[in-house]
Design a protein around this ligand. Sequence first.
Ligand code: FAD
Ligand code: FES
Length: 292
Amino acid sequence: MLRFEIVGREDYSEATYMLEVHHPLMARAAQPGQFVIVMSHEQGERIPLTLADFDRERGTITLVIQAVGKTTREMQQTCSIGTTLHGLVGPMGIPSPLEGHKKVVCVGGGLGVAPVFPQARGFKEAGATVIGVLGFRTKGLVFWIEKFRSICDELILCTDDGSAGLKGFVSDGIKVAIERHDDIDEVLAIGPPVMMRACAEVTRPHGIKTVVSLNPIMVDGTGMCGGCRVKVGDKVKFACVDGPDFDGHQVDFDDLTMRLRRYAEEERAAMERWSENCRMRESANPIAPGGE
Ligand SMILES: Cc1cc2nc3c(=O)[nH]c(=O)nc-3n(C[C@H](O)[C@H](O)[C@H](O)COP(=O)(O)OP(=O)(O)OC[C@H]3O[C@@H](n4cnc5c(N)ncnc54)[C@H](O)[C@@H]3O)c2cc1C
Ligand code: FES
């Protein structure tokens, strides 16, 4: 049976970690803007994760994950170098169109910083001037700045508390970019829905095309279950096969936010069950003082 070995891991904060996974075929097929569906073990939940990077020579893909609930916290505990993922399906989703742009602003907020990287690099390779706008809550959470510096013509770092870069949100960073450049032909924003909505509202009066990457709840990832449906203008779209990139000025963010909270009760129950199991395992196998 195919197993996918984890060959690299780095922790960026208490909640955010990076996994580099050996999968030469996926690395060869991956395009910026695409995602994979991961099962960490045989009984595990299937979760969608964006391809935050891929290295065709090393035959690896990179995932950057935020531990928010049962599965992502379980993976935070169990996924270390040398372990394997049970299932990895993809690449899924429509690759982002990168050709034909002169000047683009690539915006990543919090965890969204990682998934925007392949697009930013792709725009640069296609000949565009790339302005990066990256936002974090505070300095201690900043990651991948040097990686972005190496591919961006200009980089605007924002922190909510002003501990690094500009004090403010990424939407403030976009305002700075618009003041400095009157020839931006596209803004691409990835992050929480509230952030992507704010970015779309900043660019709307300027008529700048704004693309957002939507993250609704996905189940099969093949357009069959309807779980990931989103409203875009007067149309209903399935983010897994029609996206995940959509026109930010057309997205119904209220509907997206409401649907993301739909299983909150079940998610809380799964988290409690898992935490209780962890506590029981720990009390059955207490670590002796001074032991391993
Ligand atoms: C296209 C796409 C790309 C994504 N890329 C990343 C990424 O690169 N890194 C990352 O950390 N997260 C990413 N996510 C979100 C990630 O899939 C969820 O955080 C994860 O499924 C949560 O599972 P959980 O059991 O840990 O938490 P839960 O407690 O089950 O859920 C926490 C929250 O995550 C969302 N969520 C839960 N299940 C799913 C699901 N099956 N599909 C989508 N969202 C779900 C819900 O909003 C929920 O409220 C992406 C989502 C999509 C749709
Ligand atoms: S995840 Fe089932 S239709 Fe998109």
